[in-house]
Design a protein around this ligand. Structure first.
Ligand SMILES: Cc1cc2nc3c(=O)[nH]c(=O)nc-3n(C[C@H](O)[C@H](O)[C@H](O)COP(=O)(O)O)c2cc1C
Ligand SMILES: Nc1ncnc2c1ncn2[C@@H]1O[C@H](COP(=O)(O)OP(=O)(O)O)[C@@H](O)[C@H]1O
Length: 299
């Protein structure tokens, strides 16, 4: 897959099947659009293109890097498209002329039923269909994927993550909700208590699940470990309000400081609690670790 930043950098001259959107999470619904794009590319030399408009900077399910990693090998081009002034002020017909045809030489345009484009969002899926003949492309408007009668959307999945329904969120994402960061030093209490933890600051831009303990999987040094993670401020031992994700890795005994780790959340276990003593917390964390051991031994 070629990764391109900015419409001006796209110089492919072959025809394309292109889909447009924000694609935060690249969830089941987005994947339906991608599948349709790939179906259009089965005959003829047509390039598969996902054109992703700039996401909000906060409260996101995935970073642009995570999206790039997820799409790699699946399509020909991932084009990151910032909301430039030019794009913001472009009429819907100009968007068809200059972007859909001018940049992407689209043979097929795949969008969801709620797609809007052009200045003031004047263009919609109907307009895209109405202009197809004039501009020589085929518009494919895909019905939104549903889960239990609800339309699957990034905002629906965000609300699931926020209320702790991580397993449902993962099902709709089709992969476990991930978070990445560099392992930092903590109070060095963990090893003393018998459960060293890799501490990573929760990235401010990513949707935060409820504070609490989660069964997780941690990737470090090219290996993967079953783990148990606490997301929160560890009120039993600290007065700070900086949110961390701290993970005890089952079967790991290395030095993780300064290393990049990826943590996948698999299952919510319990809320974070302010224990009346460290001893009491230690007993509870031992039970959590026992739980996670059994969880991964069953796998
Ligand atoms: C499985 C697990 C559960 C935890 N649960 C809580 C909790 O409920 N309340 C809390 O204050 N801290 C909790 N913690 C965080 C611990 O307080 C923290 O990891 C420990 O004090 C070590 O801190 P350190 O990494 O700074 O040395 C938990 C940690 C783990 C690994
Ligand atoms: N099984 C393990 N799970 C997590 N971290 C481990 C494990 N074994 C060794 N470590 C190392 O121990 C460090 C955590 O020890 P800890 O006493 O909790 O210190 P800190 O307070 O700095 O997090 C981790 O950053 C990692 O380098």
């Amino acid at each position: 897959m070629q990764y391109i930043e900015g419409l001006n950098e796209y110089t492919e001259t072959e025809k394309s099947a292109v889909t447009f959107g924000k694609f935060d999470g690249v969830h089941k619904g987005h994947q339906k659009l991608v599948e349709e794009v790939l179906r259009c590319c089965t005959n003829g030399n047509i390039k598969s293109v996902l054109c992703a408009f700039e996401m909000n900077k906060k409260d996101i399910l995935m970073t642009p890097d995570e999206r790039r990693e997820r799409m790699d090998g699946k399509i020909d081009y991932l084009v990151e498209c910032p909301f430039s002034d030019e794009l913001r002020h472009m009429s819907a017909e100009d968007f068809i002329k200059k972007v859909i045809k001018g940049v992407f030489h689209a043979e097929y345009v795949v969008v969801g039923t709620d797609f809007h484009f052009g200045y003031g969002k004047e263009g919609d899926a109907h307009m895209l269909e109405a202009y197809a003949e004039k501009y020589h492309y085929k518009a494919i408007v895909v019905e939104k994927a549903r889960f239990k009668h609800r339309e699957i959307s990034s905002s629906f999945i965000k609300s699931l993550v926020k209320d702790g329904s991580i397993t449902t969120a993962n099902y709709l994402l089709t992969y476990p909700y991930p978070v990445e960061g560099i392992v930092e030093h903590g109070k060095h209490l963990g090893s003393e208590l018998g459960f060293p933890t890799c501490n990573v600051e929760w990235p401010a831009h990513k949707v935060l699940p409820p504070k609490g303990v989660y069964v997780s999987r941690v990737y470090i040094d090219g290996e993967v470990y079953g783990a148990i993670s606490n997301i929160g401020v560890k009120p039993t031992v600290s007065d700070e309000n900086r949110v961390l994700i701290e993970s005890y890795l089952y079967g790991y005994s290395g030095d993780a400081y300064g290393k990049n780790v990826k943590i996948e959340l698999l299952e919510f276990r319990r809320p974070e609690h302010k224990f009346s003593s460290i001893k009491e917390m230690q007993v509870r964390v031992r039970q959590d670790i026992q739980y996670v051991r059994e969880y991964f031994e069953k796998e």
